[in-house]
Ligand binder design. Structure first.
Ligand code: AMP
Length: 220
């Protein structure tokens, strides 16, 4: 199955992808992760992308589509894909359909992780990433955030350059203008399903509770 995860910044796409990889073993492609790797490696692509990313703007479509084309050529995608953060514009969604057609495959399902803006802002400002294993964590409710280590591997955690309130407000605006219209794109293809990304279970917002809904859509 080829699955597209849709949703604003901090909606939980990366976290849900982590659960899906464990259960279904599909190949996970996150354009955000690929761009951050390119920035860290200091490649030309990374240098170009960094100014857009730091401001919370979209990297130009032709750069992103080029990266995805390479990814699809380099990898065996026959066991299915989780696309996280791509497509983000209608032009990218159309290019994805074209690339998939050439590969005799298609998008099977697009899941919108619907999360209110106030939850997104709180989540992003407290989000931390692991330097060693890339896991996503949060210092929300943590007494000593400076001492917070990776819950998975004990590695050192860092805050993404674009995970601050000013940038996240722009990322939300950019999402609403450019990416939210993709829900209509996939609805028109009969492929859109939605989950509540701020689902509460036992009085707490719970990513595993969201995952139960994601899984039931995949197994439907
Ligand atoms: P993410 O990790 O998905 O939140 O992406 C981080 C940043 O990378 C975004 O704010 C954009 O600047 C850039 N980015 C990631 N994916 C795309 C995409 N499909 N199209 C354009 N820019 C992207």
């Amino acid at each position: 199955m080829n699955l597209v995860l849709l949703g604003g910044p901090g909606a939980g796409k990366g976290t849900q992808a982590e659960f899906l990889i464990k259960d279904f073993g599909m190949l996970h492609i996150s354009t955000g992760d690929l761009l951050r790797e390119a920035v860290a490696a200091g490649t030309e692509q990374g240098k170009l992308a960094k100014s857009y990313m730091d401001a919370g703007n979209l990297v130009p479509d032709e750069v992103i589509i080029g990266i995805m084309k390479e990814k699809f050529q380099e990898n065996d995608i026959s066991n299915g894909l989780i696309l996280d953060g791509f497509p983000r514009t209608t032009a990218q969604a159309e290019a994805l359909d074209d690339m998939f057609e050439e590969l005799n495959t298609q998008v099977d399902l697009a899941i919108l992780i619907d999360t209110p803006d106030n939850v997104i802002i709180e989540r992003i400002c407290s989000r931390r990433m692991c330097k060693s294993c890339g896991a996503i964590g949060s210092v929300l409710g943590v007494e000593n955030p400076e001492e917070y280590v990776c819950p998975k591997c004990g590695g050192e955690m860092y805050q993404r350059d674009d995970d601050n309130e000013e940038t996240v407000r722009n990322r939300i605006t950019v999402y609403k203008e450019n990416t939210a219209p993709l829900t209509d794109f996939y609805k028109a293809q009969g492929k859109l399903k939605k989950v509540n990304g701020a689902k509460v279970s036992n009085g707490k917002k719970n990513a595993l509770a969201v995952y139960e809904d994601v899984k039931s859509l995949i197994n439907a």
